[in-house]
Write a protein of this length. Sequence first.
Length: 94
Amino acid sequence: MVELCERAVARPKADLNAIAQIQCPVLLVLGSEDDPRRLRQAEVMRDAHDRTEIVVINGGRHAVHKDRPAEVVGAIESFLTRIPVKAAAPPFVQ
């Protein structure tokens, strides 16, 4: 247990100032059966970035994209349909 705590303390923490500077909307997809700390981490990120959306997939675990792929795809599709499309940038020319 001590080793686990030491590893947790040594891990880099999220840079909330950097997260707040993200210019585009962010989607965080979580499984309801994942470690509850993941949801709390997602909420902290959402609090730092007001264009962050959290979707919790019922029955999904840590690898929710493997447990519930159809639901994850549905969440992504729904998210993307609500994002305004900006004019495409001109093509790159050498």
